[in-house]
Ligand binder design. Structure first.
Ligand SMILES: Nc1ncnc2c1ncn2[C@@H]1O[C@H](COP(=O)(O)OP(=O)(O)O)[C@@H](O)[C@H]1O
Ligand SMILES: [Mg+2]
Length: 276
């Protein structure tokens, strides 16, 4: 990327929890960083799993949170200034805290309920030093999901085919993306990401066929790369590290590096080499 180009903003979203949003944000960021990209992760989930795994200094979570930025006086609260260190110099994170839930209630009827993060981005010229901004999102269609989608160029929807509930919630999530697009016309559903895939397990393979049909009828792409079910991913979270550091030979590490490659190929086509 030339540093005149703005970053590409991507929401990882699904109204269901446990589908691999946080895992994908962490490991895809780690892979892209190893390819020389600079990534800012904005943790919009008050459960703050991403923050607790990636923050170098856990005290930063209470000092430099997304909510502090949103509550700062107009013109202050620059995300580029409060971005916290991780143990990878190419990855920074804006942490979240449980205080987010109080903020969401307080802000409910105000413009920031939808436009708060976009407001912070628009006032922040230094974000241009990042290639990507990734939004990790909570498992609901509330204030933070709206904010992330309003500020994004693309959405990636992680879906484990064996999780019926995550499939049941999809129509409502697609409707939300459709209604946000009326206000943010650059937003596109980039692709669905199959996660926790195991052809020998439960309904995984069977449901995958249904998912493929469902999305191809709607003209929505699915990444060629599938993230397989991989027990080492849980272990990496326990160690608070990306899978590349704890189990580089695992299928999970191979899948996330294939996904990074596929993503950059897609953006090369979309931007005709402008960004990369
Ligand atoms: N490919 C995978 N294989 C095995 N376990 C996974 C995989 N992806 C995620 N998990 C596990 O599933 C759980 C939920 O993943 P997470 O990324 O936190 O989902 P979300 O952010 O959507 O709630 C975590 O315990 C995580 O370790
Ligand atoms: Mg999560």
């Amino acid at each position: 990327m030339t540093h005149q180009d703005p970053p590409i903003f991507i929401t990882f979203g699904n109204r269901k929890g446990g589908v691999g949003k946080t895992t994908s944000v962490i490991n895809l960021a780690s892979n892209l960083a190893s390819l020389g990209k600079n990534i800012l992760i904005v943790d919009t989930d008050p459960q703050s799993n991403c923050s607790s795994i990636l923050l170098n200094n856990f005290d930063d979570q209470t000092k430099y949170s997304l909510i502090d930025a949103l509550e700062a006086p107009e013109g202050e609260g620059l995300l580029s200034k409060i971005a916290c260190n991780t143990n990878n110099p190419r990855i920074k994170i804006i942490p979240n805290t449980a205080r987010c839930m109080l903020w969401e209630r307080k802000i409910a009827q105000k413009p920031d309920a939808v436009l708060g993060i976009s407001r912070l981005i628009n006032q922040d010229t230094d974000l241009i030093s990042y290639d990507f901004v990734f939004f990790d999102t909570p498992p609901n269609l509330g204030v933070m999901m709206n904010n992330a989608l309003m500020a994004s160029d693309y959405v990636i929807i992680p879906i484990p085919p064996s999780d019926q509930f995550s499939l049941d919630g999809l129509a409502a999530y697609l409707d939300l993306i459709g209604s946000i697009r009326k206000h943010n016309d650059k937003l596109q559903l980039l692709a669905v990401l199959i996660t926790k895939y195991d052809s020998k397990w439960g309904n995984s393979a069977n449901n995958l066929k249904q998912i493929t049909n469902y999305f191809s009828k709607k003209g929505i792409s699915i990444f060629h790369t599938k993230i397989h079910n991989c027990p080492e991913i849980d272990m990496a979270h326990v160690a608070r590290k990306p899978i590349f550091e704890t189990a580089p030979a695992s299928i999970g590490a191979a899948d996330y590096s294939a996904l990074g490659k596929e993503l950059l190929e897609i953006f090369n086509i979309i931007y005709g080499g402008k960004h990369f």
